[in-house]
Design a protein around this ligand. Structure first.
Ligand SMILES: N[C@@H](CCC(=O)N[C@@H](CS)C(=O)NCC(=O)O)C(=O)O
Length: 205
């Protein structure tokens, strides 16, 4: 049974969804971000970066417990251990890795900053414009990819898709009108229709 330290946020939903897709037993241990539980010493032992998600796999390498932080690393670790979310084709595997990094290095931070600046009591128009423009540009990159292939890795559903579903389900937070990106919108609909995605999201209800 994998322990998942998480919260109902765009990054936090990724791990329950992946575990549902893989059919791996887990339990959600909610981290109260408002109460700053993610900065407590016991959590920092799992993730020195003080952010969710993090996991503890009691059956890590050598049969020993292993903690993993960073959503991309967690999903990659799980997909290497359990079949179902890693493309068999070596080129698609590289594409999955590319879009996993693209999410953690681009979509995640830019969407987060776009939403954060838009909600501050002191308006910083240059920052809002900068991050919303970047969030839209990154969504256009996904649009172009999803016009060319059904899934981000190519023909195969993979970790790369799960990495993106959190923010792409709620793009308005970052000032991104999804209707302007029809291939992404259609992909969101396909993602949302997957029973494992629905179960992963329900892990928070
Ligand atoms: N790159 C990290 C980002 C994690 C992240 O930003 N988590 C947010 C929630 S979506 C968080 O823990 N925020 C609380 C904080 O920053 O203290 C990942 O992909 O795991």
């Amino acid at each position: 049974m994998i322990d998942v330290y998480t919260a109902n946020t765009p990054n936090g939903v990724k791990v329950p969804i992946a575990l549902e897709e893989l059919g791996v037993p887990y339990r959600v241990l909610r981290v109260d971000l408002g109460a700053q539980e993610q900065k407590r010493p016991e959590f920092l032992r799992l993730n020195p970066n003080g952010r969710i998600p993090a996991i503890v796999d009691p059956d890590g390498p050598g049969g020993k417990p292993l903690s993993v932080f960073e959503s991309g690393a967690i999903l990659w670790y799980l997909a290497e251990k359990h079949p179902g979310l890693m493309p068999a084709d070596p080129v698609e595997r590289v594409r999955a890795l590319e879009y996993t990094f693209f999410q953690v290095g681009g979509v995640g931070p830019m969407f987060g900053q776009a939403g954060w600046f838009a909600r501050q009591s002191v308006a910083v128009p240059i920052a809002i414009d900068r991050y919303q423009t970047e969030a839209r540009r990154l969504t256009a990159v996904l649009e172009s990819r999803l016009r060319a292939a059904p899934w981000l890795a190519g023909s195969t559903y993979s970790v790369a898709d799960i990495m993106h579903v959190g923010w792409m389900r709620a793009p308005e937070y970052a000032g991104v009108p999804l209707a302007d990106y029809p291939a992404v919108q259609e992909w969101v609909e396909r993602m949302s229709a997957r029973p494992a995605v629905q179960r992963g999201l329900r892990a928070f209800s």
